[in-house]
Design a protein around this ligand. Structure first.
Ligand code: P6P
Length: 340
């Protein structure tokens, strides 16, 4: 068996050889990884623990929270607030930021997370996950505020997710490629199982919620109809479709074998740019996808270039195999270029 590399060894070597991971960031990533192990324990309890079903409370998005949403959020807050590496945290499950209490030292980093993405899948035993994004607090003399979080995704120092599936796998980038670590339950350690992950530029697999088809904008309808036409149409090849309704699981498949994921704007809620959140879903996933050679846009612009105006703002997401994302984006730009 080839020598196993632990997450700690990987991070220490990255810090020593590539200088990409200051010690505070290494500590942050290890704390988040430990919190994900704790969340995995709760997730894996299922009906044997008091973790299933709704908590009969709503989050800032107006969505009914699952018990595991709240448990996962609390695990991440408690694990990260005392270490001295963070100034504050933001979560899909919290209206506003959680500033590190004064009894603890404040660090230079800001941590954002969707503590349990895909929670509609919890009760039916389908893969779910935790998504996280790390920003640096701009050095200023005032205390930390929500404004400090409103940075473009290109400013991320690190990003990743943990998918709680048949394997529990942590996927991470610090801007030097994408690495994957699988949890060895016997030893409780994260073991490096893939690095320098690369997404094929072409694919035959698309992921979209087809039930929304009648609400899509024309560029999306055109792209999907061409995929459905298969080898009889302009694409000249047949496509397959997947939709897990857990972004973490769909993105993990794309990082593992290619594909294109679309959650576009649609007419159901025309005032919203999309369903997914920019700061703690689209940005971290876009960082990972680009680091693996893929592409991520909102149909018009690179997601990592978008300047956020609000902490919980939503965005349209098209990400994955570069040539497919380029095609979908080109279709959007063709429509936008047409005279009104
Ligand atoms: P729909 C989960 O709720 C989520 O935020 C993403 O993980 C997932 O891709 C999407 O929403 C699923 O949305 O409308 O298909 O249920």
């Amino acid at each position: 068996m080839s020598k196993r590399v632990s997450l700690t060894q990987y991070l220490v070597e990255q810090q020593r050889e590539h200088g990409k991971i200051p010690s505070q960031l290494r500590l942050l990533i290890e704390v988040v990884a430990r919190a994900c192990k704790r969340i995995a324990i709760s997730v894996n309890k299922g009906a044997l623990g008091d973790v299933m079903g709704s908590a009969s409370t709503e989050n800032v998005q107006g969505e009914i929270q699952k018990k595991l949403d709240i448990i996962s959020n609390e695990v991440l807050i408690e694990a990260n607030e005392w270490g001295g590496h963070l100034a504050a945290m933001a979560s899909e499950e919290m209206d506003t930021i959680h500033v590190v209490p004064h009894r603890y030292p404040q660090g230079e980093f800001l941590l954002l997370f969707d503590p349990l993405d895909g929670s509609s899948n919890i009760d039916v035993n389908v893969s779910i996950g935790t998504i996280f994004s790390v920003l640096r607090k701009v050095d200023n003399q005032r205390g930390v505020s929500e404004e400090d979080f409103l940075q473009a995704g290109s400013q991320q120092a690190a990003a990743g997710y943990c998918v709680y599936g048949p394997q529990t796998t942590l996927v991470l980038t610090v801007g030097d490629g994408v690495a994957m670590f699988t949890l060895d339950r016997e030893t409780g350690s994260w073991v490096l199982t893939a690095e320098h992950v690369q997404i094929p530029a072409d694919t035959k697999e698309f992921a979209i919620n087809m039930s929304n088809m009648r609400h899509w904008a024309p560029p999306v309808t055109r792209y999907i109809e061409e995929c459905l036409a298969g080898r009889t149409g302009v694409r000249g090849k047949d496509f397959n479709m997947r939709w897990i309704a857990s972004m973490v699981a769909d993105v993990h498949r794309i990082l593992s074998r290619g594909g294109v994921f679309l959650y576009p704007w649609d007419q159901r809620e025309p005032d919203k740019p999309g369903k997914l959140r920019l700061m703690y879903e689209a940005n971290p996933m876009a960082f990972l996808i680009e680091q693996a050679g893929g592409m991520a846009t909102n149909g018009h612009s690179r997601i990592l270039d978008l300047q956020p105006g609000k902490l919980h703002e939503r965005v349209s997401v098209i990400l994955g195999s570069k040539n497919e994302v380029e095609r979908v984006t080109a279709y959007h730009q063709e429509v936008a270029a047409k005279p009104a």
